[in-house]
Design a protein. Structure first.
Length: 270
């Protein structure tokens, strides 16, 4: 795209790129029916995650099964990630829809834009990686139950969740460290990775997209094999029926997570 004027060209290396802030502001005012829609959906998401987290914490205290408790730890990590992602991003995007502030005036140094872009990448990649991790843990627990002397403890499960958070954090910091960059996106209310023909931008975009696609595909493979295994052995010996019921419940939850992640993320990643 050709810059419209010299001021746009001067900002091409910043988070504003060739985005015309004034045009984006006018378009946003005409395209958004009411900022209360985004506010309502944000509040519904936050309340739903809080309710889910309370249920998971209550359930984890009552369980004696280590396999089930470790699975709930991963679920708690997923819910906490989703809650924080909604909270952090909504705290910037929703005020924009009410105030319609000009990014170039409020954030001339691009610190807020970089933070929002980092948040979008971090909280976008974390659920995909956690979903793949959960699918892998259940895959080995169902298909190779005797390959581990004990199931994953709660402490180890939280350590794995921490590693996923740390890896996603490192990924999100790459543009800040020089690989790619975060820029303002249409209609001027949020920042994300840059889709421009620059080597750094291309590498970071491919890294983000391929990692997300790989996570979804890995979840699909693990979950498919686990479901097939459960279908084969579910009606066997009654003495282990209760344990298999628990395994089926966990797999239903995992398949639901995988379907939601596929619908919400795969079109964007592709």
């Amino acid at each position: 795209m050709e810059p419209r004027n010299s001021s746009a060209a001067g900002r091409s290396d910043t988070c504003f790129g060739v985005f015309n802030a004034s045009d984006g502001r006018d378009t946003a005012q005409n395209s958004i029916t009411s900022p209360w829609f985004s506010t309502a959906f944000g509040l519904i998401g936050l309340c739903s995650n809080l309710f889910a987290l309370c249920v998971l914490l209550s359930s984890s205290r009552k369980l004696s099964s280590r396999a089930r408790s470790s699975f709930l730890v991963f679920l708690c990590g997923l819910v906490v990630t989703d809650f924080m992602g909604l909270l952090v991003t909504a705290s910037v995007i929703i005020p924009y829809h009410f105030i319609k502030f000009t990014w170039a005036e409020v954030d001339p140094s691009c610190h807020l834009c970089n933070f929002l872009g980092f948040s979008m990448v971090f909280f976008g990649q974390c659920p995909l990686l956690l979903g793949a991790t959960m699918a892998g843990e259940r895959f080995f627990g169902i298909n190779h139950p005797f390959s581990r002397s004990t199931s994953i403890s709660k402490r180890r499960a939280w350590s794995i969740v921490g590693l996923v958070w740390g890896f996603s954090c490192l990924l999100g910091l790459l543009p800040v460290l020089g690989l790619g960059r975060y820029t303002l996106q249409y209609p001027g209310s949020w920042c994300f990775l840059t889709l421009l023909p620059d080597t750094g931008d291309i590498v970071f975009c491919l890294l983000f997209a391929l990692l997300g696609i790989f996570s979804v595909l890995l979840s699909f493979i693990f979950n498919t094999v686990s479901v097939v295994t459960l279908c084969r052995v579910y009606h066997d010996r009654e003495s282990v029926q209760r344990r298999r019921d628990s395994e089926v419940e966990m797999m239903v939850q995992l398949v639901g997570i995988m379907i939601i992640a596929t619908i919400c993320w795969m079109p964007l990643l592709v």
